[in-house]
Design a protein around this ligand. Structure first.
Ligand SMILES: C[S@@+](CC[C@H](N)C(=O)[O-])C[C@H]1O[C@@H](n2cnc3c(N)ncnc32)[C@H](O)[C@@H]1O
Length: 340
């Protein structure tokens, strides 16, 4: 059983996993994974997702295990290792796209499902609003003061925001929730602890935010063994099969995304029919802001993509989402929309 003594240990020690060389973040070592193409039965999990499993793991079938798709071609990834969405199962598993022949595994404590995962020579920079949060300092400070400042813009605070989001997610209770752009995981932990979902994926592009997420998770033995996974991915290239996810949460994130339209399109793609998207962000201005002081888009904090209420609704509906609704308080907006 997980105990509080895990708290100061890295993942491989907490779970008595051998300290393989790939745990060194600078290492080029990739785990040696064997994938057999013969004799493994295919199990249809949802209409659009199929996964090939080892015979001895079929009895442990868990719907959340078959979510992951190749970020290059969106084909479902085959998985070798224990099933489940918890950190240990993901850490012990290797994933592979049979089409692209690309392998994915946990780097340190998160599963890296970016297109650039495992590349040795090529790297690319994202816009400042994304790069800022990759910094170790910003990631460290995020839950230690940075996020609290959002109250000045009208954010009600994590406890209230969580309650509001849970109300919107009522119709998808029991499903799989992806907390996109989770940062240090403050909402992912709340969703996982609530017991409302069969699995929670805490997803962010920032390696350091994911490290912070793990630092917070490992302090709580119950969370450490819950169905909570840490995944690195780009919101514009979500590594999930189409129509496989019940709920997507994106707290204080839309203004940080390189392309909100690509992100909302991706979120729509991965949501199943009836699935719910809930997001919060800082508005550029509200309906009650006098025209004379409304900042024009280009000149407003160019580093961020702050949209208006109308733009967010337009974006959601243009991607085919319905039942749009929102709550606004100063520059804070929480909006929700559903996949028909
Ligand atoms: C302001 S933080 C929000 C954290 C948390 N969800 C909250 O409610 O406080 C924005 C997050 O968006 C993430 N982000 C920025 N660009 C991203 C991208 N292209 N894909 C995924 N996440 C991204 C950042 O790494 C950062 O953690």
């Amino acid at each position: 059983m997980a105990t509080a003594s895990f708290s100061l240990q890295p993942l491989h020690k907490a779970f008595s996993i051998p300290n393989y060389p790939q745990l060194d973040s600078n290492s080029r070592f990739r785990p040696h994974l064997r994938y057999s193409s013969n004799g493994f039965p295919s199990i249809a999990i949802r209409a659009s997702s199929t996964v090939t499993l080892e015979p001895d793991t079929i009895s442990q079938q868990n719907q959340s295990a078959e979510l992951f798709a190749c970020p290059v071609c969106y084909e479902p990834l085959t998985r070798k290792g224990p099933l489940g969405l918890n950190l240990e199962a993901i850490y012990r598993s290797g994933f592979k796209c049979k089409k692209c022949k690309k392998s994915y595994s946990s780097k340190e404590i998160y599963l890296d499902l970016t297109v650039t995962a495992g590349l040795r020579d090529y790297s690319e920079d994202q816009p400042t609003r994304t790069e800022l949060f990759r910094s170790p300092l910003v990631s460290f400070l995020y839950e230690r003061g940075w996020r609290q400042n959002f109250s000045q813009g009208g954010f009600p605070g994590p406890d209230e925001e969580f309650k509001m989001a849970q109300d919107y997610f009522k119709s998808v209770e029991g499903g799989v929730l992806v907390d996109v752009s989770c940062g240090s995981g403050l909402f992912s932990r709340k969703f996982a602890k609530s017991g409302t979902y069969s699995g929670v994926v805490a997803l962010d592009f920032s390696e350091n935010m994911l490290r912070q997420s793990y630092d917070f998770i490992k302090r709580d033995a119950a969370l450490l063994s819950s169905n909570l996974a840490l995944v690195r991915a780009d919101v514009s290239r979500l590594p999930f099969t189409s129509c496989s996810v019940d709920a997507v949460h994106a707290g204080a994130a839309l203004h940080c995304w390189p392309s909100p339209s690509n992100a909302v399109a991706e979120i729509t793609r991965i949501l199943r029919s009836g699935g719910v998207f809930v997001g919060t962000t800082f508005l550029r201005y509200t309906r009650s802001t006098p025209g004379i002081i409304r900042p024009p888009r280009q000149r407003f904090l160019q580093n961020y993509n702050n949209l208006t209420e109308e733009e967010i609704e337009d974006l959601c509906t243009s991607c085919g989402l319905t039942n749009y609704s929102s709550k606004v308080q100063q520059s804070f907006i929480m909006f929700s929309a559903q996949k028909p």
